[in-house]
Design a protein around this ligand. Structure first.
Ligand code: RRO
Length: 322
């Protein structure tokens, strides 16, 4: 179950999703977070930030909207408290970083350089809950390229940079290519989709911030499609796939589409043990299908029948052929 994401190797492919498990402390009451491939922390900015007005969550069919607005303690407090806690608990950490302006991202990346607990950076250029759509950098190829290029130059060369993209664009491959050309080492796909709920009793938007990010099983087919498209266009760059994963078979869809690892997000609100359960279920699902390793399954849905069979153990390949 070793997950190979370019220069980053993790003992298994199941991670938390940024924003759904803070910095891992709350989940640690339910399981040892060192069991995860990595903890992906809530996006952190240069300065502390209080976020958007309440209410900040609304339920939707097979999903939910959030409108948190990048609430967080700022990078200095994060390093002193959250990263220190993760180091003390032997958790591998992918730090999600965010900024209001292009230079903010590079500054945060610089402050994390050389930190032994930071396995990789996830560059969140796709938060939907910002003051203006112009700050959703991942909606524009040039803006994406500037942020990712700045981070890649400022970051520790030993810390791979994953660009987190939004599906709210006409052509996600165009944005992915711009990020790759700017030096992205991989991708996190996908962030939430911009959505809205109106309360029919109050006759007003349900969220204080009016719009929010849609997550949960409702977005899974969109997420699998994005992973498929980006893997097909840029097969050499690793993808962390996420969007409505609740089971090992959900995770398997992402792997078959081209994800080398997956993040479990919204599912933890209903079942805090979901990440370890998904890992167990994915491990069993791969074995049942005749895969000798996780790597053999990555992107296999892109291959034709005979090429797929070559990735399976001989007995499973024979069974599939008959
Ligand atoms: O904090 C948020 O409101 C938030 C972020 Br940073 C993000 O990337 N995605 C999302 O749905 N919410």
């Amino acid at each position: 179950m070793t997950a190979r994401l370019g220069s980053l190797t993790l003992p298994n492919p199941v991670l938390t999703a940024s924003g759904c498990a803070a910095a891992g402390r709350e989940l640690h009451q339910f399981f040892d977070v060192a069991q995860l491939g990595a903890v992906v922390t809530k996006s952190i900015m240069r300065e502390p930030r209080s976020g958007r007005p309440t209410p900040r969550m609304a339920e939707t069919p097979s999903g939910m909207l959030n409108s948190i607005g990048l609430q967080g303690p700022g990078i200095e407090s994060f390093i002193a408290n959250d990263l220190a806690w993760l180091v003390a608990h032997d958790a591998r950490t992918v730090v999600s970083i965010a900024g209001s302006h292009t230079d903010d991202f590079a500054e945060v990346a610089r402050m994390l350089a050389g930190h032994p607990a930071v396995a990789a950076l996830e560059v969140n250029i796709s938060c939907p809950n910002v003051e203006s759509r112009g700050q959703v950098f991942a909606c524009d190829a040039i803006a994406s390229s500037r942020v990712i290029g700045g981070v890649r130059r400022a970051a520790d060369p030993a810390q791979p940079v994953f660009a987190k993209l939004t599906p709210d664009v006409t052509d996600i491959v165009l944005i992915a290519r711009a990020c790759a050309d700017a030096g992205a080492d991989g991708f996190s796909l996908i962030n939430t989709l911009l959505g809205m709920v109106i309360d029919t009793d109050t006759l007003a938007p349900a969220l204080g911030g009016v719009t929010g990010g849609l997550s949960g099983p409702a977005i899974r087919p969109v997420a699998v499609r994005c992973v498929w498209q980006v893997h097909r266009a840029l097969p050499h760059l690793p993808i962390i796939g996420m969007g409505g994963i609740r089971s090992g078979l959900d995770a398997l869809q992402f792997v078959l589409a081209g994800a080398a690892a997956v993040s479990v997000g919204t599912a933890v609100f209903g079942d805090p043990t979901a990440p370890v359960r998904v890992l167990d279920e994915l491990t069993a699902a791969l074995a049942e299908r005749g895969f000798a390793s996780l790597a053999d399954a990555v992107g296999i849905a892109h291959l034709d029948g005979p090429a797929r069979a070559l990735r399976l153990e001989p007995a499973a390949a024979e069974a599939a052929a008959s």
